[in-house]
Write a protein of this length. Structure first.
Length: 342
């Protein structure tokens, strides 16, 4: 009898830090929570190794070494660099938002290069990123070609460093939905750029479960990994309006929201073996499901769950995976014995 396909569970560790204070994101808090949950991989985004929390892109060489030392202590590995690459304006115009603009040549030479250096220093093959902000209120399609050109250059930079760039679907960006992101992927047409599906990032825009499945299918040819978070709308959403990400307050575990994760993952199950082989050829250990649950709050550049919220979210995901017969690994006693040299 054939075994069930398997995924690697991971998560944004900064969401699991101090249970009541979002500005406390010490490495010890994050890593202790993830080790206790039985996770062996994490995505690094915000972290404090002394001196206050920083985005991963701001870490110094000595701080990176501290992260590496603590990772070893807690038996953790980095699944992806949770970078904000691509969360800047495409055009240098005042549009009423606080989004930054950086000239692209400078952005490519500094920020993208730094992300690649971080990936190597933290021994990850994956960098998470985004598809740029068009001017607020404008049609994203009018800026498709510029985004494609810039993302193609980012993909090539990652490729030269033997890395893979994962482009996440998210509101207000050029790739704000699955069809637009799939079109970007087709136009860029580069082996180092894959797509990252996030159901909640579509639900908050007013898409129904059937529409989510349609967009998931559109993204599948370029899919690399999944972010797992869900959302439940307290009232109907006006489709087409810009999303105020800092006002979103109804994130829930994957088995309780409007995304129908069980439907999405049941279909995903049949593509897992092929995707795993594709990723392994790029040096990635398998297909990651990256928990980013935001169950205590979310915003434009991050979210918060606390250690208890991460535990609830992990158990919710595991229930769905058990139901659709996708296998996954959590630490057991043999792993602990091996770490102690028994």
């Amino acid at each position: 009898m054939a075994s069930d396909p398997r995924v690697i569970l991971s998560g944004f560790a900064d969401e699991a830090a101090h249970p009541t204070q979002q500005n406390q994101k010490t490495a010890e808090q994050q890593f202790a929570a993830f080790a206790a949950l039985g996770l062996q991989y994490y995505s690094i985004r915000f972290i404090d190794v002394g001196g206050g929390p920083k985005n991963v892109m701001q870490l110094t060489k000595s701080e990176i070494q501290k992260v590496r030392t603590l990772e070893n202590d807690y038996g953790l590995n980095v699944s992806s660099i949770g970078s904000p690459i691509g969360k800047v304006k495409l055009c240098d115009v005042e549009d009423g938002t606080k989004n930054a603009y950086v000239p692209f040549k400078k952005y490519l030479a500094h920020d993208v290069k730094k992300a690649c250096e971080l990936a190597h220093a933290l021994e990850s093959k994956l960098i998470r990123g985004f598809s740029f902000y068009p001017p607020h209120g404008h049609d994203a399609r009018d800026y498709m070609e510029q985004a494609v050109d810039q993302l193609g250059q980012i993909a090539e930079t990652c490729h030269r460093s033997d890395l893979t760039f994962g482009l996440e679907v998210e509101p207000n960006l050029v790739g704000e939905n699955g069809h637009l992101l799939a079109e970007i992927h087709r136009k860029v047409n580069h082996p180092a750029m894959l797509l990252v599906f996030d159901a909640a990032n579509l639900v908050v825009q007013g898409y129904s479960p059937d529409e989510l499945l349609d967009q998931f299918r559109a993204m599948q040819p370029g899919l690399g990994w999944l972010h797992i978070k869900d959302y439940h709308h307290p009232k109907p959403v006006q489709r087409g309006e810009p999303v105020d990400e800092d006002a979103l307050a109804n994130f829930v575990p994957a088995d309780q929201g409007d995304s129908a994760h069980e439907q999405l993952l049941r279909e995903f199950r049949y593509t897992l073996p092929k995707l795993e082989n594709k990723l392994r050829r790029r040096g990635v250990p398998g297909v990651f499901l990256d928990l980013e649950p935001h169950v205590k709050g979310g915003g434009q550049f991050g979210g918060f769950s606390g250690p208890d919220g991460m535990g609830v979210a992990l158990r919710g995901l595991c229930r769905v995976l058990d139901y659709v017969r996708i296998d996954y690994h959590l630490r057991d006693f043999d792993d602990i014995r091996a770490a102690r040299g028994f």
